[in-house]
Design a protein around this ligand. Structure first.
Ligand code: NAD
Ligand code: MLT
Length: 321
């Protein structure tokens, strides 16, 4: 053990990460700990390691009198109050590259699944219902996919969809023209152009006040009838109520969602508190925030975050957010 550091881990990370932490510090694992309980015990810890659920608020960090480091095993930091961390002198480290392949591949899987009705057909066939005429799909070849946010994951999605013979267009006002060219995407100047042209839309922006609800009721009036929409980024980027209506009206033919505004517990066998009408639609397929759930990605983010947190506690230079 380096020093007498205590670290709390509030969401499941790879065993390799836990082992590394235990070699250097005292570690408490409290998956799914309720916020109020965490608030009471956080002052015992020098560092906290989270994924996307734990609300690392200003209140929590203030209560963490000894808290020096917040480690995010994964990519998005929208559950951490970064401004407050800066004010309080708390270092935030994340692992932005570790799960991007996994997230991009899940997006491709979802695009294929909604183009060919795979989950619905799988379910029917297992019930011995082989009426395949109900599951006629569409091909990706020759279709236009609109990518919103051509960052780390969006660009991986772009190059993979090019291999399917798709026309790739992208909307991202914050990147250079060279980046569009590099990933074989045609730049569109505004979101409306993307909405009007796309047969498939996939969103890969961070969750910020600007991006929340960026596809809402008005935007869904502008899409091609029969568009298919995928969200493997963050819940709420596509307004859930507006999407529900558009799916019911057949404006959106199908949607694939890995993320929701409010997500259930990842630890309970069944979470009765999760009551989202989108789950009741046959043309919606869902996964339980699986974007980073591969053996490779979990090893990458679990081990990297553990190393980064220990390095930060020991005052070593570590890339931080
Ligand atoms: P990134 O920061 O590399 O890329 C985001 C891109 O979005 C940037 O290029 C940025 O310029 C662009 N952008 C920002 N605001 C925009 C706007 N208003 N309109 C258009 N483009 C905008 O992020 P990333 O690593 O590619 O991650 C993308 C998303 O995926 C994040 O929300 C992240 O949290 C999420 N994610 C989800 C999972 C999962 O398990 N489902 C896994 C990893 C990442
Ligand atoms: C991320 O932003 O890295 C993802 O949400 C994956 C996760 O933490 O589960």
């Amino acid at each position: 053990m380096d020093r007498e550091y205590r670290i709390i881990v509030t969401e499941r990370i790879d065993e390799a990460g836990i082992q590394y932490l235990k070699e250097h510090a005292e570690v408490d694992i409290k998956y799914d700990v309720p916020y109020e309980e965490l608030l009471k015990i956080i002052d015992e810890y020098d560092a906290i390691i989270v994924r996307s659920v734990t609300n690392v608020s200003e209140e929590l960090m203030k209560a963490g009198k000894k808290l020096k480091v917040v480690g995010r095993a994964g990519n998005g930091t929208d559950n951490i109050d970064l401004d407050a961390a800066t004010r309080l002198g708390i270092i935030v480290v994340n692992t932005p590259e570790g799960n991007i392949i996994a997230a991009a591949e899940l997006t491709i899987a979802h695009i294929l699944a909604i183009s060919r009705n795979l989950p619905q057909a799988n379910y029917a066939a297992k019930q011995k219902d082989f009426r395949r005429n109900r599951f006629n799909g569409v091909e990706l070849y020759g279709k236009t996919v609109g990518i919103i946010g051509l960052g780390r994951i969006g660009s991986l999605v772009a190059t993979r969809l090019k291999a399917f013979g798709m026309r790739v267009i992208a909307y991202d006002p914050y990147i250079s023209d060279e980046r569009f060219t590099k990933f074989g995407a045609e730049k569109v100047e505004n979101l409306d152009d993307l909405l009007r042209q796309s047969d498939f839309i996939t969103i890969h922006t961070p969750r910020t006040p600007e991006t929340m609800g960026m596809i809402g009721k008005e935007e869904l009036k502008k899409v091609k009838k029969g568009v298919r929409i995928v969200n493997c980024a963050r819940g709420g980027l596509i307004d859930e109520e507006a999407l529900y209506e558009a799916l019911k009206e057949g404006i959106v033919a199908a949607a694939a969602l890995d993320v929701f505004v409010k997500e259930p517990s990842y630890e309970k066998e069944r979470d009765e508190d999760f009551d989202n009408p989108l789950l009741n639609l046959d043309n919606v397929i869902v996964t339980p925030h699986l974007g980073a759930s591969t053996v490779e990605a979990q090893y990458n983010v679990g081990y990297s975050v553990a190393k980064a947190v220990i390095a930060a506690l020991n005052g070593e230079i570590t890339p931080n957010v």
